[in-house]
Design a protein around this ligand. Structure first.
Ligand SMILES: C/C(=C\C(=O)O)C(=O)SCCNC(=O)CCNC(=O)[C@H](O)C(C)(C)COP(=O)(O)OP(=O)(O)OC[C@H]1O[C@@H](n2cnc3c(N)ncnc32)[C@H](O)[C@@H]1OP(=O)(O)O
Length: 360
């Protein structure tokens, strides 16, 4: 305990003196501003996270990802896994969590991710080794205080060197010095403009299996309809989801746990980690399908902020069925998933290809 009578102790009893002390002290910074990143730079991320059963179960339980293959060894074996794997959403969040200190701790928001590939299942106890390469940096023309950076990240098993998951992610990153722009916006390039108008008739598959999705798509084709439906479950964002799950994956982004700093940010409050929002919406979708394996994600976008107390629901459109992809017992289905809040505002969208079990 501090001895306040010690003549060398700081005098913290007088608020003004302490204020002036803080004003004079330099802050030892964490994270990097936009200007730090240059195309081609490679970064090795050092935090020492190993995948854990507890972490995976905590993630799955809280996000409603209740697929038994990730909870029970016998079901995992029936589903063709050698050992019970950790959940792929948890794996992805851990790989990204480790990168945050180097890439995005300074602030800004996670805008989107592309080309997410799961190379092999990962099991509890696996230590991670994660590296990123800067693939693009550009000035934001609509927000001069920020730049936009895209990195390619690869998560590997630190012991065997095998790649587990890889992806490209894009963030807004604060600039040390605001840029001079004409404020006209533009350079949107990768953003979706509009998109298709769906037909009036929306069909729902009769069941959870590959054939159900395939039959629904065939019917939609004949009837000039689309296969698109909502999921009943919702999940309200509480402290455990907003701050607890990202910190459990070593994600140090202040956006999720520092209300004081976020008070003066575009969101005005802490926001949910994009990977948590996404995982909740995917859990709603997976609860209405017989998932066999996750394969890949593309065109993931975070459209709006999710704050404490928001409730996340899911909407799914079925885009394609491929009977020849995957093992005999499953076919590949490509979905477009949308997470939306209690006001029906979309907060996430992404394309997902998963293997779905056949009926027989
Ligand atoms: C921090 C973290 C993890 C981590 O990392 O540590 C997180 O989990 S955080 C939580 C998840 N996240 C969010 O909660 C953000 C939700 N989102 C929004 O709330 C709005 O999106 C906005 C307020 C951020 C911006 O909204 P907005 O100002 O209205 O503007 P937009 O025009 O949409 O985007 C501005 C510029 O980003 C360009 N842009 C957008 N998306 C992409 C993309 N995918 N790829 C390439 N460029 C893109 C756009 O092209 C424009 O570029 P220009 O400025 O040059 O025009």
């Amino acid at each position: 305990m501090t001895d306040w009578t010690d003549p060398d102790a700081l005098d913290l009893s007088d608020a003004e003196t302490f204020d002036s002390l803080l004003d004079r002290a330099e802050t030892r910074e964490k994270g990097h501003f936009f200007e730090f990143f240059a195309e081609g730079d490679e970064l090795d991320h050092d935090p020492g996270l190993s995948l854990s059963q507890h972490g995976s179960e905590q993630w799955m339980g809280q996000t409603l990802n209740h697929d038994p293959a990730y909870w029970r060894a016998d079901t995992a074996r029936e589903r063709g896994f050698e050992e019970r794997p950790v959940h792929p959403d948890y794996l992805l969040a851990c790989v990204m969590g480790i990168t945050v200190e180097d890439l995005s701790e300074k602030g800004g928001y996670f805008l989107g991710r592309d080309d997410v590939r799961f190379h092999r299942p990962a099991t509890a106890g696996t230590p991670l080794s994660v590296t990123s390469t800067v693939v693009d940096t550009r000035t934001s023309s609509s927000r001069p205080k920020y730049g936009i950076v895209t990195w390619e990240t690869e998560g590997r098993d630190r012991e065997t060197g095998e790649t587990l998951v890889s992806y490209q992610r894009t963030n807004m990153i604060p600039r040390r010095e605001p840029a001079a722009t004409d404020g006209s916006g533009g350079a949107v390039g990768e953003q979706d403009a509009g998109g298709p108008t769906l037909p009036d008739t929306l069909l729902t598959p009769d069941g959870k299996h590959f054939e159900d999705f395939q039959t629904a798509l065939e019917r939609a084709d004949e009837e000039n309809a689309a296969v698109a439906y909502r999921h009943e479950r919702g999940r309200t964002m509480d402290d455990q989801l907003v701050a607890g799950l990202p910190l459990a994956t070593l994600n140090t982004a202040r956006q999720h746990h520092n209300r004081d700093e976020m008070d003066d940010s575009p969101s005005g409050d802490i926001v949910a980690y994009g990977d948590v929002t996404r995982s909740v919406a995917l859990a709603h979708a997976r609860s209405d399908e017989a998932t066999y394996r996750e394969r890949r994600f593309a065109n993931e976008r975070f459209h709006d902020f999710v704050t404490l107390g928001d409730t996340i629901y899911g909407f799914t459109r079925v885009l394609d069925c491929d009977s020849n992809a995957g093992p005999e017992r499953a076919g590949a289905v490509t979905f477009e998933h949308v997470a939306f809040n209690q006001d029906q505002t979309p907060v996430y969208s992404g394309r997902r290809t998963a293997l779905i079990q056949r009926n027989t």
